[in-house]
Design a protein around this ligand. Sequence first.
Ligand code: GAL
Length: 728
Amino acid sequence: MQKNINQSPVSRRHHLRTTFTSLWRQASVTIGVTIGVTIFAACTPKKQPQPESGTITFSQTLPGVWKASLGTPDAVNYLTVANPVPRESAISALPDGGFPEFFEEPQFTVKNGKTFIRIPLERNEKIYGLGMHFRTVQQRGRILRLHMDHVGGKDDGRTHAPVPFYVSSKGYGILINAARYIDVWVGTAVRKDSKNPPQVRDRNTDPHWSAAPYSDGIEILVPAEGAELYLFAGPEMIDVVKRYNLFNGGGPVPPKWGMGFWHRVPTRYTDMQVMNEVAMFEENGFPLDVIGLEPGWQSASYPCTYEWDESRWPHPEKTLNELADKGIRINLWINPYIPPGSKIHAKMKDYTGSHTVWAGEIPDYTIPEAREVLNSHFGENHLDIGVSGYKIDEVDGYDSWLWPDVAEFPSGIDGEQMRQIYPLQMMETVNSMFEDRNQRTWGLVRGNTAGGTRYPFILYSDHYSHQNFITALVNSGFSGVLWTPEVRNSPTGEEWVRRMQTSCFSPMATINAWASGTKPWSFPEVYNEFKTAALLRMQLFPYFYSAFADYYFEGTPPFRAVQLEKGFLDFTEEEMKNQYMAGPNMLVAPMFAGEDQREVILPPGKWYDFYNGALVGENELITIACGLDKIPVFVRDGGIIPMIPVAMQTPKPGEQVPLTLRIYGHSPGEYYLYDDDGSTFAYRTGAYNRVKISIDYNESGQPSIKVDAVTPDYPWAYQEIKFEYMTK
Ligand code: GAL
């Protein structure tokens, strides 16, 4: 499989040649025009480039996927950097809603170096996605500039994941594949030639006058001479999302240890302090799979040497071996900027951009030689001695310390494009080191965008509102990115527990104590409740692991909006940004500090209490109360939830564990339980078991269960399978 399009030495030469040729062509045109003007100025008006415009013509590239190329798109875009390989057979297996019937044809114009796009909207159409936002889910009526960024105070498109992909409630999706700051007016602008114009009203007398009259289209401005558009079919929104994710290569399958508990220690912790911390986890009976080291593992950071600090980490290989003996993995914090004088700088300096960040140089990882420099340094100093992954910080950027858009990079990519693609090229570079070793990784990243679905990195932020964290979890599922509501600190024990509960129902269960120094037992009065959440996470390992397999095989986001449930669109946004789906069968409704009850909207079908199997309702709004020892979780009718006994770590390769399959409700259901070797990419060539478990009932209500055969040649961790009927 070709993993990376980033140019090989040969194709880079080709690229340079192409660039040179096109520059030469541009020069010829300019010369021609200049000569023309000079000679014929008196009789010939100066020619302007003709704007291109018209109806957008899409052509099919895959079943349910169409592409349109408008004007002259940039040579570099999200898909050329991430180079995902679409999972074609899985795309073909999806139901195909066909080409959406626009009530008016989509239009484009390329003029003055900009591309304008207009896609019509129907009256009741809702729009989701356009990246990860903290405060809003439905985007119609909003104006966004999709700009890679740290935390803005508003949901204005400056975000850790400004993904230019949206999903319509009418059952189609649009990707604007251009690595630019794209402006999107999501149903706010009104053209005078609109086919569905708003009524003119008199503000003096008409109580229905509105400052935001009805708009019947999405308008998009790409600041470039062209753009690629991709259109994804439904029929349902979930099918659109699945198709988009599969087009991007499908989601990442984590290593098994990635699904365990993570703890990031204070920034300047020494090796001894880490060993002590691990011992305290053992003493307290608290699960632990991964320790994250923050900036101080390095001899210098901001910018980063990527060299171990000899005073804090004198013998990293020995310490990592000792940790490995205890089953603990190490994840290293990094940022991309490298200081002059560091070992890596000497080799990287020819491949860095015109500007610096914190006086460190900025590598251009679209250049293969730059990737090779990082690869060999990380390989030798980190991966070879057992480092399991990275937390890639500061790739989202922050205007005041980042390079300006006028920056230049040796590959020819400009400052704006580099801002938009930095997380992608960094994830690609780091991920391919692990792929080359046939070793799965799991880590963190502070930026992501289109094309990034398949990378095994989870988004996080310095923003820290618990409510906003859940909205981010809801939104991430529309945009092919993963998000962790990490726990740092809390003003009260109650909030500490509530945050932990949601972290345990997310792609990464983690405490990030880099600044706070918190530990699971920091609030002794609620330690039991805190630990209960972590232990449940460990018991649910087979469920979450299989949910990630669904992401890879079928494109279903493991954590996603309730709005993606079929037939469920009729509630207001305010009610739907604080609850989410986890895996195929669970609905999670987190409690927030200060609340002793909350409302939950149940999608169509019957829903049952996860803990006791009791019926809670069906397609309705309910109010629930929930003590501090639990997070409200509901399971759909016919839902199956696999669980293993409490453990301090996720199952090791080859380990066999007993399995209980909980069955909820009284309706037929099917579930896919997944297992593989947990650490390599052998699953990509078929070395896995994805076993279908079906439950059915006869006329007198007697259940029968069918479990497909396990292929004995492939790993299978489960034994002593028991069924537990939760609903009496
Ligand atoms: C921040 C990051 C934090 C922590 C810190 C260390 O940028 O968001 O999670 O890693 O850097 O300096």
